[in-house]
Each structure stands twice: as structure tokens, then as C-alpha cells.
Design a protein around this ligand. Structure first.
Ligand code: ZN
Length: 218
């Protein structure tokens, strides 16, 4: 899935996101983010082994009915219309169909606003407990150092960026929680486009915390 040197916390947070996605516990923009990640990286080995491990534990303790549940989950994940192009959604070379559907437009029609020199943004959603923003960052541009009110989950759609935690290319998800102060830098050579969702801490720890508790039994 990823080529960057993601920390253990990143991997754990992404597994939690995938679990939240599979159980329908995510907010609409996070759901679109994870569906887009899966559309770009369908062979997500981490995701599959996560599901296998989680359901393997369940299978040891449960009735055979769990088998059909597992099949249904895998079918839901890999056969969902979200990860397939639809006639109504014109294929966008950068934005995967789930994101085009969520945003209601392709990259050509994004009403960008200039945020800083070399940085444009389009605020897709601004709800009380989450915010979703599409960013366009000029190649080589340094973002201002910042912290977050909640967790910031970013999916790279074009180009790449690095911060103190690693290097993230198309299809990679970066997770920065409210304790993190970082300064992402776009790779030289290609402008970076990414979709970032900021979730209030309670929003993230609530459903995902419950999902993790159910799966790992702690
Ligand atoms: Zn950030």
C-alpha cells in the first residue's frame, strides 16, 4: 500500500479508519476519503490482513455464521459501487469516483480559493464536528507549521509531500492528531493535490474507539 516509512501510530490509525469504514462508522467526508484510498489502492494488503486477523479472532470464538459475515464484508469492500467508475461520474484522472461524487465536481470544476502564495484550497464541508478541504500545493512549497483542533487525515491524490512522520505519495493516507505539530512540504517536480479531513477528537475516538474495542477485545 504505502512506500513511506509510516510510524506504528500511523498504521494503527489507518487500520482504525479501515475498520470504521467497514462498519459504516465514519463521517461522510472520511467515508469518501477511505473509499477513494481503496479506489486508488485496491490491493491494500494491510487492509486485507487486518480483516483476516480481526475475523480470524472472531472465527475462533463464534459460530460458523461469522463466515458469511466475513464474506459479506469483503464483498461489500471490494464490490461496492463507490470503487467503480459510474456512467454518471466522468472519470477524473486525479480524483477517484467516490471523491467526485462526494464533492459534486471533478478537478476541472473545483472553485479554488487562494490561501497563500502557492497554496489553494476548496472547503468542501464545514460541519460542527468535521471539516473537509481539498488542497492544491505548488511543487516544492512548504506549508506553514500548524497543529490541529482534532485529527487531520490526509489522502494524497497527486504528487507527494513529506513531514516529520514520512513521505506520502498518491493513495497514501497521513494521520496527524491534535498533539502533532508539523510542516508538510510538497515534493519538487509535481504540484501536490490532497484531500484532508479534520475530525473533532470525540468524533474520531467515539465510533473508531468502539470498533477497535470490539475487534481487539480490550
Ligand atoms: Zn496538518
Amino acid at each position: 500500500m504505502t512506500t513511506h516509512a509510516a510510524g506504528q501510530a500511523d498504521v494503527r490509525a489507518i487500520d482504525a479508519l479501515l475498520a470504521g469504514y467497514a462498519s459504516g462508522a465514519l463521517s461522510p467526508p472520511l467515508y469518501a476519503l477511505v473509499a477513494s484510498h481503496l479506489a486508488i489502492s485496491p490491493q491494500n494488503r494491510g487492509f486485507v490482513s487486518f480483516l483476516e486477523a480481526a475475523h480470524g479472532c472472531e472465527l475462533e470464538q463464534r459460530e460458523p455464521a461469522a463466515l458469511s459475515n466475513r464474506d459479506a464484508m469483503l464483498a461489500a469492500i471490494f464490490e461496492q459501487p463507490e470503487v467503480r467508475p459510474e456512467r454518471s461520474v466522468r472519470l477524473d484522472p486525479v480524483l477517484p469516483p467516490p471523491l467526485v461524487r462526494y464533492m459534486g465536481c471533478g478537478l476541472q470544476d473545483v472553485p479554488w480559493k487562494r490561501l497563500l502564495p502557492g497554496v489553494r484550497e476548496y472547503k468542501v464541508a464545514d460541519a460542527p464536528d468535521y471539516e473537509a478541504v481539498l488542497y492544491w500545493i505548488r511543487a516544492g512549497r512548504k506549508m506553514p507549521q500548524h497543529t490541529h483542533e482534532g485529527a487531520e487525515i490526509t489522502l494524497v491524490l497527486q504528487g507527494a509531500f513529506s513531514d516529520v512522520y514520512g513521505h506520502y505519495a498518491r493513495g497514501d493516507i497521513s494521520v496527524a492528531d491534535q498533539d502533532v505539530e508539523h510542516r508538510p512540504i510538497a515534493d519538487p517536480g509535481e504540484d501536490c493535490i490532497c484531500f484532508a479531513v479534520t475530525d473533532a477528537p470525540l468524533r474520531l475516538t467515539g465510533p473508531i474507539g468502539r470498533v477497535m474495542q470490539r475487534i481487539f477485545g480490550h
